[in-house]
Design a protein around this ligand. Sequence first.
Ligand SMILES: [Zn+2]
Length: 214
Amino acid sequence: METSNTFRGQRIVGGNVALDMLNTQNGPAGKAPEGDVLRDYGDFLAWATHLGVLTTTEERRLRRRAHERPAEADVAFQRAREIRAYLHEIFDAVAHGKPPARADLRRLQGDAADAFAHGQLVAANGGYRWSWGDDQDLERPLWPIIDAALTLVTKGPLDRVKGCASCRFVFVDESKNRSRRWCSMDDCGAEDKMRKYVARRASARASRSRIASA
Ligand SMILES: [Zn+2]
């Protein structure tokens, strides 16, 4: 689903929280990232809460803990950046019709095993649901993201994972006829329309002046 929701000016357009995490870095497609809305662990917590990965209560607790253990918070943030980097490799490959590197899939596998070791089954509505509990591990926000990435890899729809035709953003194309080309029609889509319009005007002008000088 494409929403007009933003985090610090960056649109949230991934349709999957793992892809949204990749889209915290911006820049042109196929190039090194130019900007990053996550500068430290505190940013990561704010982003995770904004995306619904954490409740505000969980965020508050983790923020307090990070304040008490700044070195551990830095390590957790470094982990988040590493995970974001290999998830980008995986889904950027998928988006361009290539198989992801086995080493990256193995990292996801290892991180998933580690994440699920922290969760538990809890009774809910006559059945059970998976819960990450109120674990205060500073890596807590990463587990639902890894879960989302694993679910996308194993259950799909991988054939709907696409890269924006203009920037490095990756998203799940949920359009009926799979025709989505842009992260957002308001950004890259609009820029493309403007570029085409300018090119059309220039060529119209050129052909008018050719006629005039003929
Ligand atoms: Zn884009």
